[in-house]
Ligand binder design. Structure first.
Ligand code: SAM
Length: 442
């Protein structure tokens, strides 16, 4: 692999005698890894990733697109080093408590889906992505992960500055020079330059400054990048520790994992860890910020729709219903005021769980409900599909299956819901979302 000269020079200084091992690792194959949805019953024979309970290495890279359970949100394909987020969260906050968390640069959703699995159901996650073209994949992945306690926003980090003291946890998985991805992505090395790394560090500084006021006193900032560049890593955080507004939270990481402690935070190198280059640090905010203003009032939804939706959900008592046009949404009851408050200040593109659409006194179930952990599977007929039928369903092909019953039914594969069908007696309407269908050549 041709490495940029300035990068090579810095890494030689940073790694000393280990530089050759680093370059050798860059020439080897990237490990393939996935993180399982803890509530969707996926099984793999892969080897566990020691710092992530649901993380697994796979012996080879399968065709993920042709695994129906990927589309059901039963697992997420994610690089192993970045799963270190789990240690950062578990070791810095009490995850059994209700927490309000922000993932400020969230697309495509690796960290956000991980956070949803780690946080308690009475927590709320605001998953934000400023770049418009990347919001739809984030929203898709959050829907497939299927938690009602998530809000997807598309706001500039600047807009969070006004939400003083609102969040207990803020994750900044910052846009960076991408040095840690040289092995996985040949473009990353070609696009690297000293000037670009400098631009990245300025952008990171702006993001940190913007969201810092939104962190509660005692709350934690989890900062990560996929670069080795100290200017984009520890130097960014030093400004906060030196200003006396934050303290570093040390993590107990098993030395056998190979993660290297830095002056602030931790670095994964591909020659030490079975994963890509990654940096992560946790800071706790030590200086008070004012609490936010009183939340706006949330509006109540149509009673009939609520009754219908309640029967479709496993925990309706935990949820509160809101209408958005003809769409009925379920949001965590404990956070409905907060969500309305956020809606007035951020560009909210998705909040809670979309349950159904009201059409002339009838409720049409939404796809998000089918793949949600909140769905009451017993409230619907289940249409069990074979592997070939599941792939046909996910391609949005016509399903020619003998069926007598009528109405909306859950299409399932290995008992995991993939989406809806409408059984019409003589034929079956395939309701899989057209935008998400498998488009791969046969
Ligand atoms: N957290 C994501 C995950 O785990 O799947 C990956 C995030 S990626 C490292 C960085 C993200 O920052 C990208 O989605 C990018 O669009 C976004 N971004 C780019 N410029 C930004 C800016 N100025 N402020 C905030 N986010 C930005």
């Amino acid at each position: 692999m041709m490495l940029p000269a300035a990068f090579e020079h810095r890494m030689r200084t940073q790694l000393g005698m280990y530089y050759d091992a680093f370059v050798h690792a860059l020439g080897s194959e990237s490990p393939t890894s996935i993180r399982l949805h803890p509530q969707k019953g996926y099984h793999t024979d892969g080897k566990n990733i020691p710092w992530c309970q649901q993380g697994y290495y796979l012996p080879a890279r399968p065709s993920f697109t042709l695994d129906p359970l990927l589309h059901a949100g039963a697992f997420y394909v994610q690089e192993a080093s970045s799963m270190l987020l789990e240690q950062a969260l578990r070791q810095s906050v009490d995850v059994t408590q209700p927490l309000v968390a922000l993932d400020v640069s969230a697309a495509p959703g690796g960290k956000s889906t991980h956070l949803l699995s780690l946080l308690s159901h009475d927590s709320l996650l605001v998953s934000n992505e400023v770049i418009r073209s990347r919001v739809s994949i984030l929203s898709e992945n959050i829907q497939k992960w299927g938690h009602a306690n998530a809000v997807v926003t598309q706001s500039d980090p600047d807009h969070f500055a006004a939400l003083a003291g609102l969040f207990d946890v803020i994750v900044i998985d910052a846009p960076c020079s991408g040095e840690g991805l040289f092995r996985k992505d040949a473009h990353a090395a070609m696009e690297w330059s000293v000037d670009n790394a400098r631009l990245c560090s300025l952008r990171q500084q702006r993001i940190i400054q913007s969201v810092w006021p939104a962190l509660a006193e005692g709350g934690v900032l989890i900062y990560s990048t996929c670069t080795y560049n100290p200017e984009e890593n520890e130097r960014q955080l030093q400004r906060l520790t030196q200003a006396g507004v934050a303290e570093v939270v040390p993590l107990a990481l098993d030395p056998a994992w190979g993660v290297e402690p830095r002056e602030i935070g931790y670095q994964c190198y591909p020659h030490r860890v079975q994963g890509e280059g990654f940096y992560l640090a946790v800071l706790r905010k030590t200086k008070a910020t004012k609490p936010p203003a009183v939340y706006a009032k949330a509006q109540k939804a149509n009673r009939l729709a609520i009754e219908k939706a309640s029967a479709w959900l496993r925990n309706p008592q935990r949820l509160s219903f809101q209408e958005q046009g003809d769409l009925l949404l379920a949001v965590p009851a404990d956070h409905q005021m907060l969500i309305s408050f956020l809606s007035g200040r951020l560009k909210v593109v998705q909040r809670g769980l979309a349950v159904g659409r009201l059409k002339h006194d009838k409720m049409i179930p939404e796809h998000a409900l089918a793949v949600s952990v909140e769905v009451n599977k017993e409230a619907f007929a289940n249409l069990h599909l074979s592997y070939a039928e599941a792939i046909a369903y996910l391609r949005k092909d016509v399903l020619n299956l003998a069926q007598e019953s009528k109405g909306f039914a859950l299409a399932t594969y290995q008992n995991t819901p993939l989406g809806w069908v409408n059984l019409l007696g003589s034929r079956i309407n395939n309701l899989y979302p057209a935008d998400w269908r498998i488009r791969m050549e046969r």
